[in-house]
Write a protein that binds this ligand. Structure first.
Ligand code: FAD
Length: 382
């Protein structure tokens, strides 16, 4: 293993690998990714991998829009033998209350002003898109045909390949166990396989970000939270878009090989890094999804698993360097939407480090917003 690098990135998930790719593309040499398991072993490989433009804040719409454009052209950007299976058949977002309908109307006005093709639908129009949708109680829905689903393992892998082609070294099964800091600068990381001196350190450790920050002497206001998810047996293609309900808190999509993947946000989920699965999740999932998509009543569940959200107090990420340790950069706290904004986050992080102008204003995502009480309010988090 090298004992010196210009940039060390901790974490080989979609965030770490895509940041490494863009840094190398912008001309930065001598980059190393340290990954305690293998790329996509963390939240990325465990996620629902839905991608949507439909957000309620301009910054999030722009991050998603730019990222989706990058996913659409990923094969051109990084040609490989792998197809990331981008099924772009839309997200149908359901609204069951006047409050959510009003919010969606505001979201749509914003999204359209940013050039995003999105429509407000009546329940009957929603049913034309998903014929098996039970529209009892439904007031309206929004639909963006360019939203969709990607294979997260392959997207992560393609960025890892792209980074390696540009000279990035990925050390798998190697854990960072400590960080040396001298006079307000990171000087080296200590790993299970030796020490690497470095000029820059990037925390892309996903649900372990708080432990890495602690090694640097920084308390991140984040915690990890278990989220459970399941996959069914494959069946014939019956549902094009991802169906999502903020009120029921669930998402449900049919992936290209025919399986349905679904999960929901449970406010009582375990905090910490436990990723065991529960029978209770299966039962509650069925109670949430079957009234809305009754066709799924007899479908067989093949497998369930769990992964971790890395949560901030406002469920929005923390990006940029820290005041206390200026060569320590954060790309953490992505809650349930870090996969879909990874390409834009990666480009912006690489631009910050290489002092390039930022095309999306992400200053509000700095760590100091929590100290200054400037929390962000994104109304469309599931
Ligand atoms: P990770 O993929 O977890 O990568 C971090 C890596 O760091 C890991 O591989 C880990 O092994 C490594 N690491 C940690 N500590 C160390 C250390 N000390 N030394 C070396 N390596 C270390 N997002 C969406 O956009 N759309 C969705 O539909 C979606 N659905 C989700 C569903 C579920 C059930 C879950 C759990 C998450 C979902 N997410 C979704 C969120 C998304 O998965 C994450 O935001 C995203 O994958 C974060 O990527 P990451 O690279 O930061 O983290």
């Amino acid at each position: 293993m090298k004992n010196k690098a210009n940039v060390v990135i901790i974490g080989g998930g979609i965030i770490g690998c895509s940041i490494a790719y863009y840094l190398a593309k912008y001309g930065v040499e001598d980059i190393v990714i340290i990954e305690k398991e293998y790329p996509a072993a963390g939240s990325t490989g465990r996620c629902g991998a839905g991608v949507r433009h439909q957000w309620g804040l301009e910054m999030n719409c722009l991050l998603a829009k730019d990222s989706i454009r990058e996913f659409e052209r990923l094969h051109e950007e990084i040609p490989t033998e792998f197809d990331i299976q981008f099924k772009q058949k839309g997200y149908l977002m359901l609204a069951y209350s006047d409050r959510v309908v009003e919010q969606y109307k505001k979201n749509i006005a914003l999204q359209r002003s940013l050039g995003i093709d999105v429509k407000l639908l009546s329940p009957q129009e929603a049913k034309e898109i998903v014929p098996h949708l039970n529209i009892d109680g439904l007031l309206a829905a929004t639909y963006c045909p360019k939203d969709g689903h990607i294979n997260p393992f392959l997207a992560n892998l393609v960025y890892a390949i792209g980074a390696q082609r540009l000279g990035v070294k990925i050390y798998k099964y190697t854990e960072v166990i400590d960080v040396e800091v001298l006079k307000g600068r990171v000087t080296a990381v200590i790993t299970t396989k030796g020490k690497i001196k470095t000029n820059y350190l990037i925390n892309a450790a996903g649900p372990y970000a708080q432990f890495v920050a602690k090694m640097v002497g920084i308390e991140l206001p984040v915690y990890s939270e278990r989220h459970q998810i399941l996959v069914t047996q494959p069946v014939k293609e019956i549902q094009d878009p991802m169906v999502i309900s903020l009120e029921y808190g669930f998402y449900c999509q049919q992936v290209p090989h025919g399986s349905f993947i679904m999960g929901f946000g449970d406010p009582n989920e375990l905090k910490g890094t436990d990723i065991s699965s529960t029978a209770n999740f299966l039962e509650e999932m069925a109670h949430k999804v079957i009234p809305v998509l009754p066709v799924l009543k007899n479908i067989k569940v093949l497998r369930q698993w769990a992964g971790l959200y890395n949560m901030t107090p406002d469920a929005q990420p923390i990006l940029g360097n820290t005041e206390e340790v200026e060569n320590f950069y954060l790309a953490n706290g992505f809650s349930g939407h870090g996969f879909m904004i990874a390409p834009a986050v990666a480009k912006l992080t690489a631009k910050m480090i290489t002092n390039k102008p930022l095309d999306i204003d992400i200053k509000v995502l700095s760590l100091k917003r929590f100290k200054e009480g400037r929390l962000i309010r994104e109304p469309s988090v599931v």
